[in-house]
Design a protein around this ligand. Structure first.
Ligand SMILES: [Zn+2]
Length: 319
């Protein structure tokens, strides 16, 4: 059977597991700033493939612990400064491993909450203060999983998010910035977590998002750009959140993603013939899961975690 119709589950499994064994290669060191996020992408892909135990749990948790600072925040790798995005990845990894109980979640939540700007509702990524709508999403994702949204001013962040919306229905990384699918995922994710999706026009946004599909089935992130597997997540997940998933050609997109698999070593690339990496492997699989692809566990469009993981974490922290 051609790779254009088959998901190469065992190949992807061995590809992801092998990433952990390449510690002495130059490639490993060059991507060190991506370590915690890489672990999250790998574990999410494995969990959706039904192989959530393929990486050693104790070592995974010990690595996450080695990235934590005294203030509760996490860096990308041991010795790296704490950052809100890496703290979000750490919480997602610990949720996937059902290990949040082994950490001081109150301390983690306080670190994240302190990064909110109490005048604008935006979040800084770290103590240096740069802001980006991705940081607000990361905060809402992790604080809601931990049942601690009450530590921040939710309505203030919601109005900040709305100020990032453009006339085309999309959102940018700050007020006035061009619409971009990645930022739309984060902004719609914040509104979904806050229960405020009624504040936007779903049809206008759904039009912009569905126009991202190109004749080969793939999706781009902005007009005039090339298709790329990761947009299977950044475009599809907001469409799912606003109930407009049916507005794109699902079969065409599934074919495009499957055509980006590496049939030799496993993994999924950004587009056919390119080199596979764990980021695109994750978002190819999460995209296929949203499309209801057979054999994959269901992904939660808001949290980018398997639905059963979100449910289990909510049951524990949102009493
Ligand atoms: Zn990409």
């Amino acid at each position: 059977m051609s790779t254009e119709s088959t998901l190469l589950v065992d190949k992807h499994l061995s590809y992801i597991v092998s990433l952990d064994t390449k510690k002495d290669t130059l490639e490993y060191w060059l991507t060190e700033h991506l370590r915690l996020s890489g672990l999250y992408w790998g574990l999410t892909a494995l969990a959706l493939l039904g192989r959530q135990n393929a990486l050693p749990r104790d070592e995974t948790i010990a690595f996450v612990r080695s990235c934590q600072h005294k203030n509760g925040g996490f860096g990308a790798a041991p010795g790296h400064d704490a950052h809100i995005l890496n703290t979000g990845y750490a919480v997602q990894i610990l949720a996937l491993q059902d290990a949040l109980d082994e950490f001081d979640t109150e301390l983690i939540a306080k670190y994240v909450a302190a990064l909110q700007n109490r005048e604008t509702g935006a979040f800084a990524g770290d103590e240096w203060g740069e802001t980006d709508t991705r940081f607000i999403y990361s905060a809402f994702n992790c604080l809601s999983l931990l049942g601690r949204l009450s530590l921040i001013d939710v309505p203030l962040s919601v109005s900040y998010i709305l100020s990032c919306q453009n006339y085309d229905g999309g959102f940018g990384l700050c007020p006035g910035a061009e619409s971009h699918a990645g930022q739309i995922f984060t902004c719609i994710g914040v509104l979904a977590i806050a229960g405020k999706l009624d504040l936007i026009d779903r049809d206008v946004l759904g039009d912009w998002l569905s126009e991202r599909q190109l004749p080969n089935g793939g999706l781009n992130g902005r007009p005039e750009k090339l298709e790329d597997v990761c947009y299977s997540w950044w475009v599809l997940s907001p469409l799912a959140m606003i109930d407009r998933l049916g507005w794109i050609d699902a079969n065409g997109l599934a074919r495009f993603i499957l055509g980006c698999q590496d049939p030799e070593v496993g993994g999924i690339a950004d587009r056919p013939e390119d080199r596979a990496d764990v980021f695109h492997t994750c978002f190819g699989i999460t995209g296929l899961s949203l499309l209801g692809f057979k054999g994959l566990k269901e992904v939660d469009a808001v949290y980018c975690l398997p639905k059963d993981v979100v449910k289990r974490t909510f049951a524990r922290y949102n009493k």
